[in-house]
Design a protein around this ligand. Sequence first.
Ligand SMILES: NC(=O)c1ccc[n+]([C@@H]2O[C@H](COP(=O)([O-])OP(=O)(O)OC[C@H]3O[C@@H](n4cnc5c(N)ncnc54)[C@H](O)[C@@H]3O)[C@@H](O)[C@H]2O)c1
Length: 349
Amino acid sequence: MTIRVGIIGCGSIANQRHAPEYTNNPHVELSFVYDPNPDRAARLAERFSAKVADSWEYIVDHPDVDAISDCSTNEMHHVITTRALRAGKHVLCEKPIATTLEGAQSIVLAAAESGTVLMIDHNQRLVAAHEMARVLLQSGEVGKVLSFKTNFGHKGPEYWSINASNSTWFFKKDRSALGVAGDLGIHKVDLLRFLLDDEISEVSAYAGALDKKDEQGKPIEVYDNMVCILRTASGAIGTASFSWSYYGDEDNSTILYGEKGMMKIFANPDADIEIIKSSGERKHYKVGAIQTNEHQTNSGVIDAFVETIRFQGKPVVTGEDGVRALEIIQAAVESAENGKSVSTLPKHG
Ligand SMILES: NC(=O)c1ccc[n+]([C@@H]2O[C@H](COP(=O)([O-])OP(=O)(O)OC[C@H]3O[C@@H](n4cnc5c(N)ncnc54)[C@H](O)[C@@H]3O)[C@@H](O)[C@H]2O)c1
């Protein structure tokens, strides 16, 4: 069975992850690509031997397309992904699932009613060190997790976007909506849920547009830095920091402090995972580096999506996971705006 795929949105993530990983998957034919910027679509199509479509609707309605990757900008996800699901296509939707809860819920409902696969690209779950960390945590290596610290920061999307400039959509409120929180933070709240197998129940946050300027030289409309304090349903407390102004190097580290020791993930250059027990015993695991903006390795996301379609399984990141991550990030933004802690327990039914 060959799965015929269309990619909607031909920016950096399509170029660096979706198109190459589909091309490397033996069960996939990359059929169509679309971007409102025709040059970007033409370049991607030429590089990966696909056809250019004149509209995204052409792809989602095409009878010979089985699945799509929604790599459009954030404000379009709920429009494109909902319509594609309702047209019977399987969808791998980029994160954040949507810019509003209503949009996210329309996607989840469309997936439930169509019976097709919906997966959200919270790729951090598929990073080998994170998969292994979850297994080690579940086997009790550091005991019950009491506290945690997770960070995700790099020098900013104006260095990553296909429009590598300070006019990038990532800096516009009506398109990115949630700034660094929806770009990087959403990965980390999803990762915490995955690693801890727990729900985030409460968040308090500080945030600001501390550094980035738009094309007029004014501070950008969305936050470029956010620091959160989080509580989980089982009572752990920890911090999460997200930044577009970590100059010099990326930070994608997570540290979990348990009753029997600590686990450091991507926090020691000599070990992807380091466990330090209260006895002083140290264990180092080398399982593979995480992707960085400069160095994209195979994310495993595309293969996981294809396998889910082929074997009619449950995706490793569901639409509901996408909704939960969005709810937590929206609560963090609300807390930063109102100066109060906000409950993040599920609001959806
Ligand atoms: N999962 C991850 O690790 C990860 C990493 C980067 C980006 N992303 C997400 O991927 C999406 C795309 O980001 P990017 O980094 O490729 O941005 P980008 O700026 O490099 O590219 C965005 C592309 O979307 C196109 N676009 C704009 N409006 C569109 C529309 N109506 N229909 C189709 N395409 C449209 C633009 O022309 C542009 O080519 C965003 O939602 C972003 O949050 C996810």
